[in-house]
Design a protein around this ligand. Structure first.
Ligand SMILES: Cc1cc2nc3c(=O)[nH]c(=O)nc-3n(C[C@H](O)[C@H](O)[C@H](O)COP(=O)(O)OP(=O)(O)OC[C@H]3O[C@@H](n4cnc5c(N)ncnc54)[C@H](O)[C@@H]3O)c2cc1C
Length: 423
């Protein structure tokens, strides 16, 4: 009997645990370790930040649901990984042995990249966690009470996840319109992307044309190639770069509320292992999602190393989106199962991407097959149906994670008909 440990119970780790149990049956032990005892549905955080959701709507107790599938859960932060001895240490001093480790630790939110940034001791907000979204909601309410101001939304240098920045800008715009006070607020989108709609993906379909059009239509100004250098209370300092990386213009942007997505790095426990990660702490994996150096370590999700899609004047990274992460997970799980069955692992993920971006009352959907160009399919479509679909997806994913099923047969069949598969 082998012991498989899944480190991190987020969008990647939860499905990984369920898929492992499904494919392996009850013949092996599975343990999930997560620093918090609750699961959070990260894509709903922008809604929580404007009061459209409460914490209880988008979080649930992990142990209650994993235990139903005979999966052990430990709530605790891993402080050290020792791959040579196949052990990991928790902050409380507990040592856990594993035969196989699946690293799904997501990102370290690296606010320190820009002095003065971040919600803890800095001057910018984030929607990356439920806690951050709640802090933003508190300050957004204060701004609503004030009745007017300048709202800055965007992404810092080295950011890789731009979708939620666009979402938050349009959601705030929509919320202010619903309150009939949009005309009292100035809004500016400030991003390290080289152009609007780049998304860390060198664009998808006509994402550039469509998102520029949307920002104009919603009276949101923008600055791209923006290297935010520091933040002071109520002021963002930005170098706008030209193609040749020279500073084209310097901006001092006074704001009342700023939500700036940070750079991502690998989390300390994983990044600290020499030979496991790239210089920014992301786990190096081969096409099987396995560490080339430690063959019993697999990894999936935001924590893996993938190169940027293109070189941009201000550094940006490639996003890892939900379906792409599930594709990585399914690939890694099949390979662990093969190894346990004494077979050669051979399953690779498609990294296909389907994404629903909510704009408050409408939205944009994109499909990129595969996520990284050159692509076989790339389309980007806008419509009210996307807003409805995103709400439905939220309910669907949370239900899936409570029921313990990663890819129900109907999901698999429908997506297969559309030519979208995980592996
Ligand atoms: C605000 C936001 C909105 C997004 N919206 C979408 C969307 O609409 N569609 C889409 O496709 N993608 C979206 N994404 C991108 C992506 O799908 C999410 O970031 C997703 O949550 C990443 O999954 P993950 O499993 O890699 O990491 P996470 O979901 O962040 O999970 C990592 C888990 O590991 C835990 N952990 C970390 N370190 C340790 C440690 N040392 N010990 C123990 N536990 C640890 C964390 O607490 C966390 O629970 C969004 C991202 C953000 C930030």
């Amino acid at each position: 009997m082998a012991h498989i440990v899944v480190l991190g119970a987020g969008t990647g780790g939860m499905p990984a645990a369920y898929e492992l149990r499904e494919i392996l049956g009850d013949g092996h032990d599975i343990t999930v370790i997560n620093e918090r005892d609750y699961f959070q549905f990260v894509p709903s955080n922008p809604w929580l930040a404007v009061g459209w959701r409460k914490r209880a709507d988008i979080t649930f107790d992990i142990d209650r649901y994993l235990s139903r599938k005979n999966i052990k859960f430990i709530a605790g932060r891993c402080s050290r990984l020792d791959p040579d001895n196949s052990t990991l240490e928790l902050e409380n001093g507990q040592t856990i042995n594993y035969d196989y480790l699946m690293v799904t630790t997501g990102p370290k939110l690296f606010f320190d990249e820009v002095p003065g940034a971040g919600p803890h001791g800095g001057h910018t907000h984030s929607v990356c966690t439920v806690d951050h979204a709640e802090l933003l909601w508190a300050d957004y309410q204060k701004l609503l009470d004030k009745g007017s101001g300048h709202i800055v939304v965007g992404a810092m240098p080295f950011a890789s996840c731009f979708g939620p920045a666009y979402e938050f800008a349009f959601i705030v715009d929509s919320d202010l319109r619903k309150r009939k006070i949009r005309h009292k607020f100035k809004m500016t989108y400030v991003s390290s992307e080289p152009y609007i709609g780049h998304l860390g993906l060198a664009g998808v379909g006509d994402s550039r044309g469509m998102l520029e059009h949307e920002l104009r239509n919603h009276h949101i100004d923008w600055i791209v190639n923006a290297r935010t250098t520091r933040v002071e209370a109520g002021k963002l300092f930005v170098d706008e770069l030209a193609e040749d990386k020279q500073v084209k213009k310097q901006h001092e942007i006074a704001f009342d509320l700023a939500m700036m997505l940070p750079a991502f790095k690998g989390v300390d426990a994983v990044a600290g292992v020499e030979g496991l990660c790239n210089p920014r702490g992301f786990v190096i994996v081969d096409e099987l999602h396995r560490s080339p150096r430690w063959k019993n370590i697999y990894s999936a999700g935001v924590c893996i190393a993938i190169p940027p899609v293109d070189a941009t004047p201000v550094p940006t990274g490639a996003p890892k989106t939900g379906y792409m992460i599930e594709s990585m997970v399914t690939s890694a799980v099949h390979n662990i199962a093969d190894e346990l069955a004494g077979k050669e692992p051979h399953t690779t993920g498609t990294w296909n991407t389907i994404c629903l971006a909510d704009f408050g009352d409408t939205g944009a959907a994109f499909v990129a097959l595969p996520q990284l160009p050159p692509r076989n399919v790339a389309w980007f479509k806008k419509g009210k149906w996307v807003h409805m679909a995103k709400i439905a997806f939220e309910k669907y994913f949370i239900r899936k994670m409570k029921k313990g099923s990663s890819e129900p047969f109907y999901e698999k069949s429908i997506l297969k008909m559309m030519g979208i598969t995980r592996i």
